[in-house]
Design a protein. Sequence first.
Lengths: 208, 167
Amino acid sequence: MKHYELEISQFVDNELPEHGRKELFVHLAECEECGRVLADYMEMKSGSRSFYENMEYEPEHPVNLPVLPQRTKERNIYQAMFYFAAAASVVLGLMFFMQQSSTNTITQKYKMLKTEYGKLDFNYNQAIKEVKTAEENYAPQNIPNDIKRGKEKSKKAQAAGRMAYKNTRQNTTDLTAENKDYMGNRPQLIRVVKVTQSDYLTPQIVGN
Amino acid sequence: MNKIILQNKRENISLPELYGRYSGDIFRYSLSILKNKEEAEDAVQEVFVKYAETESTFKGDCSYKTWLLVIARNYCFNRIKSKGHKNSRMDDAVFEEGVNPNYDTLISLRDAMLALPVDYSELIYLKEYEGFSYKEIAEITKLSPENVKIKLFRARQELRRILKGDL
C-alpha cells in the first residue's frame, strides 16, 4: 500500500492542493500508519513553535546600533546635479562620437573614390598606350581593298580639287588683272542721260 | 505569536524601529543555525551593522524582514564554515530559561533539536515559527520551492525518527 507521508507533510504546511487533500483524506480513512504520521507531524509543529516562542531575545550587553547616513536636502541636490552632469556628459560624448563617425565616413569615402579614380586613370592611360601602339603597328596592307581604293580616290579628288582651286584663283587673278587693264584703257565714258518725252517736246536750247 | 506583517521598502523605516521589530526573529533564526545563545546575539548585532552598510543597495524587491533574514543566514553559515563544524549541537545554556521541564514533549523535542542538522532546523524554524510559505522560504534560502518541500519533509522524518528514540 502506498503511503502518503510527503502529502501529509504538505498538508501540515498548508501547501497541499485541493485535489490532493481529497485523495489524502480518503487514504487516511483506511491507513492507520499514515494517521499516526499525521498526528506526530501536528505535535511536532506545535512543539517547535512553542520551543522558539520561549526564546526571548534579551542581550546581556546593550546593543550599539550603527548610525545611518542622513540624506540632507543639499546632498540630494548635489546628487541630482551629479547625475545630470553625468547624463549630459554621456549625451555629449555620444554626439561627438557620432560626428567623428560621420567625418570618418566621409574621409573613408573620399579615399575610396580616390583609389577608384586612380585605377580608372591608370586604365585610361593604358588604353591610350594601346591605341598608340596599335596605330604605330598599323599596316596599310591589312586595310581592306575597298577602303584603300577609297582613300586613293579621295587623295586624287583632293589633289584635283586643289588644282581646280588654284586655277580658279589664277583665273580670277588674271581676270582681275584684265579688268584692271580694261578699266585703265577704256575710252571716255559717255555720260548717259536719261531722256524723257518732255525733252523731245521742249526745244532744247543748246548753246548753238 | 504576533506575526508581523511583511512590508516592502515603500515605507521608510528607521534602523531603531527595524531593530525593535525584527531583532527577536533574527535572534531565534540565528539560534536555529548556530545553536549557541551568545553567538546568536552577536549575529543580531552583525546583521544590523551589515544592513546599515548595504542599506543604499536595497532595491525593495523583497520585505525588510526577508532581507534581514538573508543577511543573518549568510552571516551564520559563514561563521559555521569558519569554525569548521556543520552539524553543531545546540548549547544547553539556551534551555536554561523559558523552558518548562514539566512538558516531556519539549524535553524530548529539545533532544531532537539538538541532534537535528542545521539545514533541517533552519527550515523547521522558518516554517513552524515564522509560518513562511515554500516560496518565501525559497527566497531566503536560495533553494527552489520544490526543494524546500522535499527538505522539510525529510526534516520532519528525521525529527520523528529522533523523537521515537532512534538517535
